[in-house]
Write a protein that binds this ligand. Structure first.
Ligand code: SF4
Length: 117
């Protein structure tokens, strides 16, 4: 049994996962489906979904949440975080607005997951 911390929201749930090299046998104490997916992505594949925040201009919101449309290789996440830190969007921003297309040639897009009006 190993404990992992879900990073998908500020609750940071501790999730119990039982697994070996061939399979995941149980996932417990995740408070929601996103936590379940987080554990699968983290342990079963060298890929995972990521989220971050991007600055916004001309809005009462200072930033919007952004997410990958599919998991990306974990090694690329620090590079993508650096890219996101250099982007400023112009309001209005709607959920699902494209932020980065085909990030680092992964075939995965980064889209807005929150609104800035
Ligand atoms: S399991 Fe769900 S509630 Fe818990 S940190 Fe992850 S996303 Fe948040």
């Amino acid at each position: 049994m190993q404990q992992i911390t879900c990073l998908n929201c500020p609750l940071r749930c501790s999730i119990d996962v039982e697994y070996d090299e061939s399979a995941i046998y149980s996932i417990e104490r995740n408070n929601c489906e996103r936590g379940y997916r987080f554990a699968i992505d983290l342990l079963d594949l060298p890929n995972r979904n990521m989220f971050g925040y991007v600055k916004v201009e001309n809005s009462t919101s200072k930033s919007v949440k952004v997410i990958t449309t599919k998991p990306i290789p974990r090694d690329l996440i620090p590079v993508v975080e650096e890219m996101l830190s250099k982007i400023t969007l112009n309001a209005p921003v709607e959920v699902q607005d494209l932020v980065i297309k085909n990030v680092l040639d992964t075939g995965v897009d980064i889209v807005a997951a929150s609104q800035a009006l």
